[in-house]
Design a binder for this molecule. Sequence first.
Ligand code: CA
Length: 230
Amino acid sequence: MREKILIVEDEKDIIKMLDYNLKKEGFKVIDARDGEDALDLAVREFPDLILLDLMLPGIDGLEVCKALKKETKTASIPIIMLTAKGQESDKVVGLELGADDYITKPFSPRELVARIKAVLRRATEKEKLPEIFQAGDLRIDFSRISVTVNGKAATLTAKEFELLKTLLKAKGRVLSRDYLLDTIWGFDHAMEIQTRTVDVHIRTLRKKLKSESRRIITVKNYGYRFEGED
Ligand code: CA
């Protein structure tokens, strides 16, 4: 799975440099030129990490950070702040607001990539699933890749299992069709026909989950979420 990074920066040259270096490392890159755009993209694209410049036109970086951490949909996305020398106090405020790390300009792409990888690694560890998940009649054993409903085995295909796992990992957050498609099938550009792939697999997955299919909730015109609580 290629991780998606959102760059929030108004300086074209820096975006260009980051875009080049991050793509070279195999990341998917999207960018926003101002705070509003950043908030919008963070919700729609649900990136794995946000590189946030603090000096932005309009809503500044700290405000963006605060807003991202306040919104349930985006609160768990790790943030690395890009700061300029002399912004020491902003850096501290940012970390207090929930940013994960910061890097001071000018920085070497190599150092930045190392920081990104470290933050992503920590985030994945935090998101680790238990070996066995149980809710109601649904029991998922991740080490054996087995699913049972009311004690009876449900035979899931590899993609259906991935889909279930991805939804579960989101801990109740809504995942867009594009995100699911990208994560599970790895398509770069989701087209109409491809987004339907997700719906088709959701349908067969629900069928197999029988009474527990109610846990997969459709969010109209957007995507799906998993309800783990009863
Ligand atoms: Ca800037």
